[in-house]
Design a protein around this ligand. Structure first.
Ligand code: AMP
Length: 418
């Protein structure tokens, strides 16, 4: 199975080659032929399945013919980060074409976005608020939209964007192709999909259950020992890029600071940061400047960083959906990853809910050598017998004010047959 089967424009095949995709992912195999035929699609797929290219390739194919420099495809996404990533996918896959994409989202100056629109673009990737803003000002004309994509619709509703989406729907032509992607299908999302899709084809990949390439473990721990457990885990475990989730912006900020004091290369990613700082944090994480990113759910939405080896839920997520989305950060595409969740007794009900959705009990682990009554890590072995990295030649009781050595990155965790 390869991309040739879709008979895409040669310039798009060249784009696919340059980003290095060789085999379509299951959602791409299922969705691309229908989208190419102009059908409405209901895509039940989480981030990490390759859904962006599943809608972007057929959109680019459509745009290779017909008028240029008018907005013909509108993609609406919940966060700026996700909008940027979708835009980047359009730029990368369409780089041998003349098709232009612009992003439209709040938190940054309007000028560049308005200028980009004035220069002319066929694709607009937008967050709802700023999009409505620019429509109101007359800076963007949606009357020629041929394809509308609502990406991560469930998250947009969680974030309170449903009224904005309904407003946007009134601004685009009735006659159009609509592609609707959501990882989960709560009632309000199902209702929205029913209202706007015309005889849709449903494609479904791994709905709700997190990517199968991720292995899960729970670390039961009292609240007061979480930070020490995390420090021990990071210092002993062979990790690559680690994404840590906290419940609040404040906790993300303080935890990042504490990790930095421990000698880690770490940055926070939370909603109080300016858009520029958030982008710098993500870029730094992607480029290897930071090994650890401490994030809140909303800020981390849609981060597309390859090779995240571990997601650590320092705080239990509030919903099963949030768990699914967090875990979707690792094990992306064909990679494998591990998801560690710190669980206090208060988290028991959420653990039960998550296990129900996963359809399996999550393995309980203890960090071997960690004193759950105090703090005295000593043993070099993990609870399941896997050797922890000893390359830094010190016992765990020594001061820990240095970052894990570079050669720890990505070692050990992949090649153990899981
Ligand atoms: P998405 O679910 O669209 O966020 O995609 C998740 C990741 O998979 C991104 O890093 C994509 O670049 C990557 N990806 C998408 N399609 C393919 C493919 N056919 N082969 C390899 N990687 C892919």
């Amino acid at each position: 199975m390869n991309f040739e089967q879709f008979s895409l424009d040669a310039r798009l095949n060249a784009g696919i080659k340059s980003v290095g995709y060789t085999t379509p992912t299951p959602i791409q195999q299922q969705a691309i032929p229908h989208v190419l035929q102009g059908r409405d699609v209901l895509g039940l797929a989480q981030t990490g399945t390759g859904k962006t290219a599943a809608f972007m390739l057929p959109i680019l194919q459509r745009l290779t013919t017909g008028p240029l420099r008018r907005v013909r495809a509108l993609i609406v996404a919940p966060t700026r980060e996700l909008a940027e990533q979708i835009h980047q996918t359009a730029v990368d896959l369409g780089k041998h074409t003349k098709i232009r994409s612009v992003t439209v989202y709040g938190g940054v100056s309007k000028n560049r976005q308005v200028e980009g629109l004035k220069r002319g673009a066929e694709i607009v990737v937008a967050c709802p608020g700023r999009l409505l803003d620019l429509v109101g000002e007359g800076s963007i004309d949606l009357s020629q939209v041929e394809v509308l994509v609502l990406d991560e619709a469930d998250r947009m509703c969680d974030m309170g964007f449903l009224p904005d989406i309904r407003r946007i729907l009134k601004l685009v032509p009735q006659r159009k192709q609509t592609l609707f992607f959501s990882a989960t299908m709560p009632d309000d999302i199902r209702q929205l999909a029913n209202d706007i899709l015309k005889q849709p084809v449903t494609v479904q990949v791994d709905i709700i259950a997190p990517a199968k390439t991720v292995s899960h473990a729970l670390y039961p721990v009292p609240e007061g020992l979480k930070k020490k457990l995390l420090f021990s885990m990071l210092n002993q475990t062979a990790t690559g890029r680690v994404l840590i989730f906290t419940r609040t912006k404040r906790r993300a900020r303080f935890l990042a600071r504490d990790l930095e004091q421990e000698g880690h290369n770490v940055e926070a990613l939370q909603g109080n940061m300016s858009q520029n700082r958030r982008q710098r944090a993500i870029d730094g994480f992607r480029d290897g400047k930071y090994d650890i990113l401490v994030a809140t759910d909303i800020a981390a939405r849609g981060i597309d960083v390859a090779d995240i080896s571990h997601v650590i839920n320092f705080d239990m997520p509030d919903t099963v959906d949030a768990y699914t989305h967090r875990i979707g950060r690792t094990g992306r595409a064909q990679e494998s990853g591990e998801a560690f969740t710190f669980a206090t007794q208060n988290d028991d009900p959420m653990v039960r809910d998550i296990e129900k959705v996963l359809g399996a009990r999550i393995e309980r682990r203890q960090l071997d050598g960690f004193d759950y009554n105090g703090y005295a890590p000593s043993s070099p072995k993990s609870a399941n017998g896997r050797a922890f990295n000893q390359s830094n030649g010190r016992s765990s009781n020594q001061p820990q004010n240095r970052r894990p050595q570079q050669n720890q990155r990505m070692s050990g965790m992949r090649g153990n047959g899981r």
